[in-house]
Ligand binder design. Structure first.
Ligand SMILES: Cc1cc2nc3c(=O)[nH]c(=O)nc-3n(C[C@H](O)[C@H](O)[C@H](O)COP(=O)(O)OP(=O)(O)OC[C@H]3O[C@@H](n4cnc5c(N)ncnc54)[C@H](O)[C@@H]3O)c2cc1C
Length: 413
């Protein structure tokens, strides 16, 4: 592949790379997608064994293809999601080359385009789309030193309960990953502590409709900027076991010990912030706010959906809210699973498209470096940008931008 000329180089063939390939093809824009592993590799091997999609099959997909052999209201397994994107790439005849890693991208001096180095030679690309994912590098807060007498792993490395050493497990983080992993470990008979931070907690379904539908009709997936202070608030949902509302009361009732945010570790003792009650109350408020918005929508539009008053009955707060556990001896813990999120890694993209903290500088995916684009990032254009359905729409905008630029460049050339 040495010194190949490519009009648009797309880096990464997860859902973002597949989506933009479809739009570029429709616009007649020649392109190549390079993927260092396999199509949708992160869905296949980068997550725990039992993971299913957080949204139902009718929602968590692209417009051009449904999940075959699956009830649209059920939740696809992670392997079915990976297979879906392989099938989608075949359907659109996406020009994807797997097993090729992009190691550097640099702007040409004195002429347009980029010099690209890959594991299989160099490429000259006029445009580059970084579709390498929203969740590239696991983030572990530096709380418990690596030498401490406990196994520590990030949720990205968690696969199943059998993988963890004997003993209780502390799961840190109460987004979708943390609550699902804690739940799975408890079902496997482990003693589990769950460290709960700020979160959004939508109902799985309300008045017969999944929360994905409610967020859609209420325009909340399309929010363009996060509500103030909620930029990093994680969303606690689960499609496991047919899908259910995440409720910390249920988790506590099943024997999971809830604690607040994990604050520090010293001399064999973990300490937690006394904020469990506040975090659960704030999560409940987001839950109730969605019910209110849904009820108002039903009334305004005169839709016939069954009332569900019992959804508002939350029951008493978990016992640990009034009797907080603020310290825990590490002696009793066999493993800590840090479900604490991810950062990006664009070390291969050596262009002027980042701020001083290394964050991509872009608007709707169009970066500050002309010719370089990003896809798949949280809040790239809206709340849904890092999710399956959302990236497809963002990709259409980016492809259109590239096609428009090509139109200008073609003028009398
Ligand atoms: C646990 C978990 C569950 C999720 N569940 C859902 C869900 O149910 N529904 C939903 O809509 N979203 C979900 N998401 C969010 C999102 O859909 C996924 O993170 C999805 O994988 C993002 O797709 P992507 O194409 O943007 O990135 P990725 O899937 O990460 O794909 C990026 C690709 O780029 C490749 N790559 C990276 N660097 C290079 C390089 N230098 N050269 C060549 N190739 C490279 C990688 O190998 C990878 O295949 C979930 C995320 C996580 C972490």
């Amino acid at each position: 592949m040495s010194n190949q000329q490519v009009e648009v180089l797309v880096v990464g063939a997860g859902q973002a790379g597949v989506a933009i390939s479809e739009h570029l093809s429709e616009l007649g824009v020649p392109h190549l997608v390079l993927e260092r592993d396999r199509i949708a590799e992160r869905w296949r091997t980068g997550r725990w064994d039992s993971l299913v999609a957080n949204g139902p099959a009718w929602h968590d997909r692209f417009p051009g293809l449904e999940f075959l052999d699956r009830d649209p209201d059920s939740f696809a397994t992670k392997d079915e999601v990976a297979d879906y994107f392989v099938a989608y790439a075949e359907k659109i005849a996406a020009p994807i080359r797997c097993g090729v890693e992009v190691t550097s991208v640099r702007r040409h001096a004195g002429r347009p385009g980029f010099h690209v180095e890959t594991s299989e030679g160099t490429i000259d690309a006029r445009f580059v789309v970084a579709a390498t994912g929203p969740f590239q590098r696991p983030v572990l807060p530096p709380i418990v030193p690596a030498g401490a007498p406990v196994a520590q792993l990030h949720s990205a490395a968690y696969r199943n309960p059998e993988q963890l050493p004997e003993g209780a497990v502390l799961v840190v983080g109460a987004g979708s990953s943390g609550v699902q992993i804690a739940d799975e470990l408890r079902r496997a008979g482990r003693d589990v502590y769950l460290s709960v931070g700020p979160h959004d907690r939508p109902p799985r379904s309300y008045r017969g409709r999944d929360f994905c539908w409610w967020l859609g009709v209420l325009g909340l997936w399309d929010l363009e900027t996060p509500p103030a202070g909620a930029e990093h608030v994680t969303i606690a949902v689960s499609g496991a076991h047919g899908g259910h509302t995440v409720d910390f009361r249920d988790l506590a009732a099943r024997g999971i010990e809830l604690v607040g945010m994990t604050a520090s570790y010293d001399d064999g003792v973990l300490r937690f912030v006394d904020d469990l009650g506040a975090n659960i109350a704030a999560g409940d408020a987001t839950y109730l706010a969605l019910l209110d918005a849904a009820d108002a929508y039903v009334e305004r539009n005169g839709i016939d959906l069954p009332e569900e008053p019992e959804a508002r009955v939350l029951g008493p707060a978990p016992q640990r809210v009034t009797d907080p556990l603020l310290a825990l001896d590490l002696d009793g813990i066999g493993a800590i699973v840090w479900a604490t999120g991810y950062a990006t890694d664009y070390s291969w993209l050596q262009v002027d498209a980042f701020d001083e903290r290394g964050r991509p500088q872009q608007r709707r995916g169009v970066s500050t470096e002309p010719g370089v684009y990003f896809l798949g990032l949280p809040w790239l254009s809206r709340r849904g940008s890092s999710f399956i359905w959302g990236v497809w729409h963002d990709a259409r905008y980016v492809a259109d931008h590239i096609a428009t630029q090509r139109g200008y460049l073609a003028y009398r050339s």
